[in-house]
Design a protein around this ligand. Structure first.
Ligand SMILES: Nc1ncnc2c1ncn2[C@@H]1O[C@H](COP(=O)(O)OP(=O)(O)OP(=O)(O)O)[C@@H](O)[C@H]1O
Ligand SMILES: [Mg+2]
Length: 229
């Protein structure tokens, strides 16, 4: 079943068009990675789904049109977002950041899922976020996106700025979300390795257009062709 369906999406900042007619979908239980270089429009794509930029075209979630809906109504329908740069409250504790994102005060089940996925966050739950490492903060940010019980998890470059060993831990947790829950994932990344390890399908976004798409297993050459470091 289609969970998210995007048709001919065009997105704008003022008069500047950033996305030029994107088509993509995420099925229930599926993980889609959108790979692209700096400035390709990856964040703009996620912001379009959340209703944070001006768009034309169709965005459907669970069969309903999202375009035209307010951001908080879209989130309520079952979209969890882990934004670029994490956007946590640095002077609050990890647990308070998590609780703030829950639908109600009764959120022990959601908290337990997050603590089960990220034991390190459980250890540090009473610490202020500003005293945590980048990797630990990223774990809190992913956890926070899970607190509203989403059907679809949007992840904006969870690997950004992290050492390979920490990226490995994030990947393990994302794999568990994929394999042990019914949450679908739309991941945007520049890290080809992480994306290919996690995703079922991959779309490559360059300058606001999808230039290639297919099964992750058929995309092994991407590492060499696209984002050479
Ligand atoms: N608020 C804004 N106002 C005007 N232009 C913007 C704004 N935000 C982004 N852009 C432009 O839109 C284009 C796509 O930006 P976007 O942030 O979506 O790229 P990205 O793929 O997420 O890049 P990165 O990998 O660096 O995060 C860029 O050319 C950028 O300069
Ligand atoms: Mg971005």
């Amino acid at each position: 079943m289609r969970l998210l369906e995007i048709e001919d999406l065009r997105s704008y900042y003022g008069r500047a068009r950033i996305l030029h007619g994107i088509n993509l979908h995420v099925d229930e239980g599926e993980t889609l990675a959108v790979l692209g270089p700096n400035g390709a429009g990856k964040t703009t794509l996620l912001r379009s789904i959340c209703g944070l930029v001006t768009t034309e075209g169709v965005i459907k979630f669970r069969g309903e049109r999202l375009d035209g809906m307010k951001t908080h109504d879209r989130i309520k329908m079952g979209i969890g977002v882990c934004p670029e740069g994490r956007k946590l409250f640095p002077n609050m504790t990890a647990e308070d950041n998590l609780r703030l994102a829950a639908k109600s005060d009764e959120c022990e089940e959601e908290l337990n899922l997050v603590y089960d996925l990220f034991p390190r966050v459980k250890e540090l739950r009473s610490q202020k976020v500003r005293n945590m490492s980048g990797g630990e903060q990223q774990m809190v940010a992913i956890g926070r996106a899970l607190m509203s019980n989403p059907k679809l998890l949007l992840l904006d470059e969870p690997s950004m700025g992290l050492a390979p060993i920490i990226i490995g831990k994030i990947l393990d947790a994302l794999r568990r979300i994929k394999n042990e829950t019914d949450i679908s994932i739309l991941l945007v990344e520049q890290n080809v390795h992480l994306a290919l390890e996690l995703a079922d399908r991959v779309s490559v976004l360059v300058k606001g257009e999808i230039v290639r798409e297919g099964d992750a297993k058929d995309m092994k050459d991407l590492e060499r062709h696209y984002f050479e470091i």
